[in-house]
Design a protein. Sequence first.
Length: 582
Amino acid sequence: MNIRKKLLVIGALFCQFSYSQTPLRTIDLAQEQPSWTAALGGGAVAQPVETSYGIALLSEGRMLSGITQDGTVMWQKRVRGTPSPFMTAFGDFIYVITNSSTLNLMNPSGVTLWSAECPFQIMSAPVVEKDGRVIVQGQTGLACYGLNGKEKWTIETDMQKNIPLCFMNDGSIVVFLLEGANGKTTAKRFSPFGEFIEDLRFAGEVFCAKTCKEGMIISLTNGAIGICSVSEGEADQSWVVKSKFSSGAAAIAYSEKSGNIAFFYQSGSEVTADIVKASTGESIVQIPIGTMSLSDEIQTKATTAGFFIADTHTAVEFSESGTILWSCGIFDKSKWNYMIYTDDNSLTFSMSNWIINSYKMTQNLYAKTKPVYKKTNDSFVKVRTRSVFEKAAGLQFLTQDDMTEIEKKLEEGSLGAEESAILSDIKSEAYEYLQSLTTIDQFGIEPSFFGANPAYTEKLIRIMSKTGTAEFSHIFAELLKNEKDRNYLALIIKYAGEQKFDPDGEILSAFEFIMQRRFVARDNEVLKNICDATYEICRFMGRPSLIRQGKGVIARLFFPQYNQAARDYARETFDRIKYIEK
C-alpha cells in the first residue's frame, strides 16, 4: 500500500468530538497555600526529575537533593563540577551533566559512583536504553557509556536538529539531522552498539518525536502524524494520518497504560489535544484545552487519570474520555524557574527565593507508587544455543583466547559495533553454564564442560561482571542458586559483587539462599565473599530498601553456628554498610 492510499484509508477513520467544557476544578495558584514547602541552599539549575520517593533536584552550590512526596529533604550531596541544565532519572539513579561535557552517575542516595568525560559538549538530557547503557547527545556527535562508566562508543554526525533522541521498538537509536532535502527532515538510525543501520527520510519536516512501545511517534509540520517501527530489520511506517490541523502537533504525550497518544496542536492562542490509538492512528476524541502556548510548553506527560500539559501560565490535566479534570493558573514566571508534575498529583515549583513549593492538585485513590525500575524481559542481545553436533564435538561459543581478548576489550572500552557479538557470546555461554547446572540437578549427568574446565568457567564469570549492562544481574542470581560446587560458588559471589547492579535485590536474596546450606557455615572464603559482595551492591545501589536487605544478609552471620572469624568480619562489614546510610 503506497503512502497516499494509506493516508486516505486511515484518514477516513478520523473522527472528532470537539466541544467546549468547563474544568471540574479551576485553581489559581496565586491564591493557594502550598501543600508543603522545602528550603534549599540555592535555586534549581536543571529540570527536576521524578523518582520513586519524590523528586531529585539540582541546585546552585552544586547540590543534588532527594526530596520525598511530603517535602522531606532525605539527603543533599555535592556533585563534581559546575552543573549543566541536563539530568535524567534511571529508576532512582540520577545521571547529571557537569562542566558541559562530564557525565556523572549518582546512586539513589546521591553518592557519585563515577564520572566520564565526553569528547563533546552535551546538549540535552541523557537517554537510557533498556539494558542500562546511557547515551548523550552533542551538536554533531553521540556517545554511549555502560553502567560501570566505561565508554562503549562515540560517533560523529552532521549537525543535529533540536529534537531528543528516540528509540525504535528494536532498541535502535534515531538521531534527527538539521539539514534535509527540500524542507524534509532526514535522520540516521544506529544500533544500540553505535553501528550505522540506515538513513531515514520523512515526507515533511519533523516537528517533534517521542519513543513509545510500538516504536517512534512522529509529528510533521504539515499536520501529519504517525508511528515508525522496525520490522524485519528495516524501519517503516506502521501508520500515518493526515490530521485536520495544518500546523502540526507541537507536543506529544504517550500512555503505555492505555496505549493511546495525546497530540497537542496550536491554533491561534488555543490548544487542542487529539487522543489517538497508538495501534491504528484512529482518533478517539479531541479536547479543547484552552488558552496556552506550546512554544512555552514546560511538560507533557501521561498520568494515572489521563494526560497533563503545562506552559508558563497554565497547567491542565484531562481524562482520555475528554473531561478536563482541573485547570490552574500559574503565578508569574519571574517567581520560579522550574516546574514538574509528578505521579502523586503534585505540581512542584522551584521558586526564585530558593524555596520549593508543592501543590496537591487532586486526591487520586488509584494512583500507584512509581516503580523504581521498569521491569522488562525484552533485550536486544540475542541468545543462541549450540546444536547437538556442536555439543557432541565439545564446541563452545568462546575459547580461552577469545575470553582473554574480550576481557581486555571490556577493560579498554570503545567496543563499538563489536559489542553486539561479544555480549551475545557471553550471554549464550552463561545460559549454557546455567543449563548445565540444572541438567545435573535433574539427571545427575556429570561432569559438565564447565565443571571440568575451571579456568574457562572462571574467565566466563569474570567477564560477565565487566560488561557494564543490566543483562547479567538475573543470570548471576540464578547461578548462585544452582551452583553446588563451593569453589565456583565463591567465584560467582565475588564477581556478582564486582558487577554491583542488583535492581530487584535478586542477588542479595540468592546470598540468603546460599547461607542456608550446611557447608557454608564452615567456609570462611564463601562467607567473606558474601560480606564483600553485599557491601559493594549496597554502596552502588544506594536504595534504602536494598541497604536494609543487605544488612539483613550480614546480620545472619552473627549467629553462633558461624565461627568467630566470620562473625568478626560480618560486624566490620555491617558497620561499613551503616556508614553508607550517613
